[in-house]
Design a protein. Structure first.
Length: 100
């Protein structure tokens, strides 16, 4: 597993957790935590994103979701892969995705 620079990870996590709260929840619900009440992105590397899902009774679990296109190496690819995860989650859950 290869990681991105800490500043890149911090910026992506801040953006996802400040601006895409509902997207985080859809991604975890579609990828192993269907009963999640909330979710925050807690990490990422070149192979996957990682979220912490909080269940309805307060328990937490980590949900690691591989990037749809496979391993990535560039910062710009992170956005593309998160958008792909969001779109796939919307399809899996029968939600209408918002325009990108």
């Amino acid at each position: 597993m290869t990681t991105f620079e800490p500043a890149v990870v911090d910026a992506v996590l801040a953006h996802m957790n400040d601006d895409h709260v509902e997207d985080n929840l859809l991604i975890v619900r579609a990828n192993g935590a269907p009963g999640a009440a909330s979710a925050v992105m807690i990490g990422l590397d070149t192979e996957a994103g990682v979220w912490e899902a909080v269940g309805p009774e307060g328990g937490t679990e980590h949900v690691r979701v591989p990037w749809p296109a496979g391993p990535i190496s560039e910062r710009a690819e992170i956005r593309r892969e998160v958008v792909a995860l969001y779109d796939a989650a919307c399809r899996a859950l029968g939600q209408e995705p918002r325009p990108h």
